[in-house]
Ligand binder design. Structure first.
Ligand code: SIN
Length: 189
């Protein structure tokens, strides 16, 4: 049986595993939020970055990309890769994935995704809500082994534009980060 993985963050622009098909679409009743602290990719334990996670949100949808992995050996390799890469996300969930807003039957069921939950006991890196300005400043300052936190944000913004699914929260945040960077450049002149 094929395995499907839904990506709503870095998995949209970089799968990092072999797959046989990729569909653009959405999942229901979740919202993409920059509430997950990252100390292993886009920040450090001293200065965590912020990456996206999913927050339950009745009636909302979250766009992304779903990857189909057909062969058993590819599935095992993908899981091995993801379990390391997404190790700061404490929960795996299985959801319905849709490709068309007008159709109520899912395009694929049981699509696996990773969530960083709000349970601080299970997810010690969870940072939770903050104002747009606070999140933006943290993203401007943070950098980790995978690169600057701002690069993650800009890549996500770009990946969502590429798949034709702009997300207002991501765009607003990217605009605020760009504004801070310009302002900082002007004050250091
Ligand atoms: C995802 O992309 O689906 C999970 C979050 C991330 O790795 O950025």
């Amino acid at each position: 049986m094929a395995m499907w993985v839904f990506g709503y963050g870095s998995l949209i622009w970089k799968a990092g595993f072999h797959y046989d098909d990729r569909l653009v679409g959405f999942i229901k009743d979740y919202r993409r939020v920059f509430y997950q602290g990252s100390t292993d990719h886009r920040g450090t334990p001293q200065f965590p970055g912020r990456t996206v996670t999913l927050e339950p949100a009745k009636g909302e949808i979250c766009w992304g990309a779903a990857y189909k992995i057909t062969h058993k050996e590819d599935q095992l390799a993908a899981l091995e890769h993801l379990e390391v890469r997404e190790k700061q996300y404490d929960k795996k969930a299985y959801v319905d994935f849709f490709t068309e807003s007008s159709v109520s039957t899912p395009a694929v069921s049981n699509v696996m995704l990773y969530i960083g939950t709000a349970d601080k006991k299970l997810n010690e890196n969870y940072l939770g809500p903050a104002s747009l300005g606070e999140i933006a400043i943290q993203i401007v300052r943070a950098e980790g082994p995978s690169g600057p936190n701002r690069e993650y944000l800009f890549k996500l913004e770009n990946a969502l534009i590429q798949i034709g699914c702009e997300d207002k929260h991501v765009t607003d945040l990217a605009n605020e980060v760009r504004r801070i960077l310009v302002e900082e450049q002007l004050t250091t002149r």
